[in-house]
Design a protein around this ligand. Structure first.
Ligand code: GLN
Length: 196
């Protein structure tokens, strides 16, 4: 196949870091700000940031429906942290006016890990990536509270409050509650590209 083109939603948040990692993996990359930027993409990434802001900007710039459409039509899509929230069919503790693209049959709890651990690093057990565990950077991260049967659990983290699901895959859609774009480890991005 020709070199694939990966779009990264570039409204706000850590989109540059995703572009840098995809660049380093040898694919073509494009920042996505308008619906025209979605044309011809082989995959899409939605970065971490702030889902309420991303939702508002996506609505203002007219990309809410177009992105929802490409995800629903099967474009391989990676969402990280706020990106996971934007892909979730259900958001618990969201702001009443925030909207998601949806497409991933999970319920996520926003800002789930609570005050003491708003930001932390933890090893995420991800058998699909092999050993070692993935160094997860969590910043006011969500967790997956419910997932439909067609969702594969790809990663879990052990916290004082118990084991939490923090990485999932449903068909061509992958989402992590942590920020692989901020880790010194490109295995999540490489695994995602292998789904294209
Ligand atoms: N708490 C943020 C939100 O609700 C997500 C944080 C992040 O992406 N680091 O969107």
């Amino acid at each position: 196949m020709n070199v694939p083109t990966v779009g990264v939603l570039a409204l706000q948040g850590a989109f540059r870091e995703h572009l840098n990692i995809f660049d380093s993996l040898g694919v073509n990359t494009r920042g996505v700000r308008t619906s025209a930027d979605l044309a011809g993409l082989d995959a899409l990434a939605i970065p971490g940031g702030e889902s309420t802001t991303m939702s508002r900007l996506a609505a203002d710039l007219g990309v809410l429906e177009p992105v929802a459409d490409v995800v629903r039509s099967g474009l391989p899509t990676l969402g990280t942290c706020a990106g996971m929230i934007m892909l979730a069919d259900e958001v618990i503790d969201g702001r009443s006016d925030q909207q998601s693209f949806g497409g991933l049959q999970i319920a996520v709890r926003r800002n789930a890990f609570g005050r003491q651990s708003e930001s932390f690093e933890a090893q995420v057990s991800m058998p699909v990536l092999g050993e070692p565990a993935f160094p997860g950077v969590f910043i006011r991260a969500p967790w997956v509270e419910q997932a439909s049967e067609s969702v594969e659990v790809w990663g879990q983290v052990e916290r004082p409050e118990g084991s939490r699901i923090v990485a999932v895959r449903q068909g061509p859609v992958v989402a992590t509650a942590f920020h692989p774009e901020l880790a010194d480890d490109d295995r999540v991005h490489r695994k995602f590209l292998s789904l294209i």
